[in-house]
Structure formats: structure tokens, C-alpha cells
Design a protein around this ligand. Structure first.
Ligand code: ZN
Length: 107
């Protein structure tokens, strides 16, 4: 009974976009657009555990990536183009830095 009430409150809060349920561990966290995992899971995914997760779910991960890429291809190209235009000097500088670093390592 009590659990049902809690569940209902949680669900209505999810619908109101106040909170989100983590897709991996089912914990709830404050709603942020596009965020599907809690901080802990994000940390875990970024750490070496992600390698394990990737090995185990390689096909799914790659399929999702591909799907996401094709669904957002034009938007991504446009975004990258805008970024390059707005940060031309910064990119040049960072490329130069990278180049010098490689050169330095070769000596
Ligand atoms: Zn989580």
C-alpha cells in the first residue's frame, strides 16, 4: 500500500520532469535534460568498468552509437561547424600545441 503511494508520487514527479530514474541502477536523481544516468553510474561508466560493460554489450553500445549518430548527423555537423567558426583561434592554438608536443616526444 505504502509502496504504491510512493511509486505514484515518483511517477508523477518523473512526468513533471522533476526527477529521472537512472537507467542502470534505478536510483532517482534531479531531472536534467538528456541526462539518463545518475552521477555514480556516469562515474562508473567512465572508469575501467566501462570497458567491461563495453565488452559485454559491445553490439548494443555500437548499435546505439550508430543510431544516435545517424539520427543527429545533420545537427552534429552543423554544431561542429559553428564551433569551429566561433573558436578558430582556439583550435589553431590547441592544434599547434598538440603538434609541438608530438615533435617534442620524437626527439
Ligand atoms: Zn545509476
Amino acid at each position: 500500500m505504502n509502496e504504491d503511494i510512493v511509486q505514484n508520487i515518483l511517477e508523477s514527479r518523473i512526468e513533471d520532469k522533476e526527477i529521472t530514474k537512472c537507467e542502470t541502477c534505478d536510483k532517482y536523481f534531479a531531472y536534467i535534460p538528456q541526462k539518463r544516468f545518475c552521477d555514480n553510474c556516469i562515474k562508473e561508466r567512465r572508469s575501467s568498468d566501462y570497458k567491461k560493460y563495453y565488452q559485454k554489450n559491445k553490439d548494443r553500445v555500437l548499435a546505439n552509437k550508430k543510431k544516435h549518430y545517424y539520427e543527429n548527423q545533420e545537427a552534429q555537423i552543423e554544431r561542429k561547424r559553428k564551433y569551429r567558426e566561433a573558436n578558430r583561434d582556439k583550435i589553431k592554438k590547441s592544434n599547434r600545441k598538440h603538434y609541438l608536443k608530438i615533435k617534442e616526444n620524437k626527439k
